[in-house]
Design a protein around this ligand. Structure first.
Ligand code: ARG
Length: 455
């Protein structure tokens, strides 16, 4: 492509480090879209003739068919997707192909292709998050009343409902969704027409190509146009946060599916066995979702590091932007779909959850609150009395609700039999009626709110 100035062919190692076609062939649809928009604009602006534009468009159609049919010759000697397409176009339509690159550079071309790709990946991610939220909402509705222990420090804390627990993730994935939507709005500007770095002397119409490619407007600075990769970094930052959320839910599924917890079961469709231990059912999908966080966050760090300290405008360093971004969104796509699959697949075990919800003196706070509300005892003192009750129950090997009234009255004479009403996990959860609390009514309210938000 630049043979005019060169006498010799590149060294083999030079070619090996320079070639990117195996990676950036994934941009072929975006590359063809950019070229179509550019050629049409050039003709409309009188920069090339309509006949040439038609010839070019026909050649690009043939290339599309060839790629779809798997017969397009991707060649390393042409380095990247842009030059592979142009070289093939020349073979198909002759020297007119050379007019396509008028008022354009690979620098704005790749910036455009890549932005279009990331925009598409963000759209797909938003749709997957929406679907995952849908799966969580279905299960939350089904289990709005199902009791389970709520934990802090992974120690039994207070009873909650399984629906409430699942709805916590609906909130997280909702924030992820809006983060991606914000990033999409910010990235939706067109780099095409920045040319090599300084803009073009031809009377190009950047608003026309923006419209053709679904961008809101052209980017306002040509140097920035070819050098900016923060759109990819931003999308990957959101991916890393989202992967963090996925890994937390994955970890809970790993814990819940242990025989020790036994809160949920995954079907054969989402479990694996062991080649040596016949009794095993392993939650591999959850573990792999948990692990994908490493790749996703790693990709973000990789591109952050590539971009740091690059002078304006384009540097070839930026060719290293694609592998991490592809890896990041491939992993996130799989993780989101695997998680939605597991959430739909899992079967809760309400008896196990209910038993655990009542264990570990999980209604101790309810006893203390009762002392405050009914006997007007200051909370700190109520906390102390309750601590003594827990110690007593622990010594006797019983639950708080199984203590004799006389035992409780030895700790505080004014306690009445009424207290037992608050000592069940059902009563404990139902009493937490504050907005966003775990009372089943409140959980249903939030489920309703989310259904409306999503419609
Ligand atoms: N393959 C290159 C990349 O991905 C395209 C841009 C090359 N531009 C250049 N001036 N060498 O970044």
């Amino acid at each position: 492509m630049w043979g005019g100035r060169f006498n010799a062919r590149p060294d083999e190692i030079m070619q090996a480090i320079n070639v990117s076609i195996e990676v950036d062939k994934r941009l072929w649809q975006q590359d063809l879209a950019g070229s179509r928009a550019h050629a049409a604009m050039l003709a409309k602006q009188g920069i090339i003739s309509f006949e040439d534009a038609k010839l070019i468009a026909g050649g690009l159609d043939t290339i599309e068919t060839e790629i779809r049919d798997g017969v397009f010759p991707f060649r390393h000697e042409f380095e990247d997707i842009h030059m592979n397409v142009e070289a093939r176009l020349r073979e198909l339509i002759g020297t007119t192909a050379g007019r396509l690159h008028t008022a354009r550079s690979r620098n704005d071309q790749v910036a455009t292709d890549f932005r279009l790709w990331v925009r598409g990946a963000v759209d797909a991610t938003i749709a997957e998050l929406y679907d995952l939220q849908g799966a969580l909402l279905e299960r939350a509705e089904e289990h709005a009343d199902t009791l389970m222990p709520g934990f802090t420090h992974l120690q039994p804390a207070q009873p909650v409902t399984f629906g409430h627990h699942l709805m916590a993730y609906v909130e997280m994935f909702g924030r992820d969704r809006t983060r991606f939507a914000d990033a999409r709005a910010r990235m939706n500007e067109n780099p095409l027409g920045s040319a090599a770095l300084a803009g073009s002397p031809f009377p190009i119409d950047r608003f026309a190509t923006s419209e053709a490619l679904g961008f809101d407007r052209p980017m306002g600075n040509s140097l920035d146009g070819v050098s900016a990769r923060d759109f990819a970094l931003e999308a990957m930052s959101h991916a890393a946060i989202c992967a963090g959320h996925l890994s937390r839910l994955a970890e809970e599924i790993v814990i819940w599916t242990t025989p020790q917890f036994g809160f949920v079961k995954l079907s054969d469709a989402f479990s694996t066995g062991s080649s040596i231990m016949p009794q095993k059912r392993n939650p591999d999908a959850a573990e792999l979702v948990r692990a994908k966080t490493g790749r996703i966050t790693g990709s973000l760090i990789a591109l952050m590091t590539v971009m740091k300290g690059l002078p304006l405008a384009y540097s070839k360093d930026m060719q290293e932007d694609k592998p991490p971004v592809f890896e990041c969104f491939d992993a996130l796509d799989l993780a989101l779909r695997a998680m939605a699959g597991m959430v739909r697949d899992l079967v809760a075990q309400p008896e196990k959850m209910r038993a655990a919800a009542g264990a570990g003196f999980s209604t101790a706070t309810d006893l203390a609150d009762w002392l405050v509300r009914t006997l007007n005892i200051p909370f700190r003192d109520a906390h102390h009395i309750t601590g003594a009750a827990v110690k007593l129950a622990e010594g006797k090997g019983v639950d708080l609700a199984q203590l004799e009234l006389s035992d409780l009255q030895n700790l505080e004479a004014r306690i009445t039999g009424d207290v037992y009403k608050v000592l069940t996990p059902e009563a404990s959860a139902a009493s937490r009626q504050s907005y966003g609390g775990t009372a089943p009514d409140q959980v249903r309210l939030q489920i309703q709110r989310w259904k409306e938000l999503r419609s």
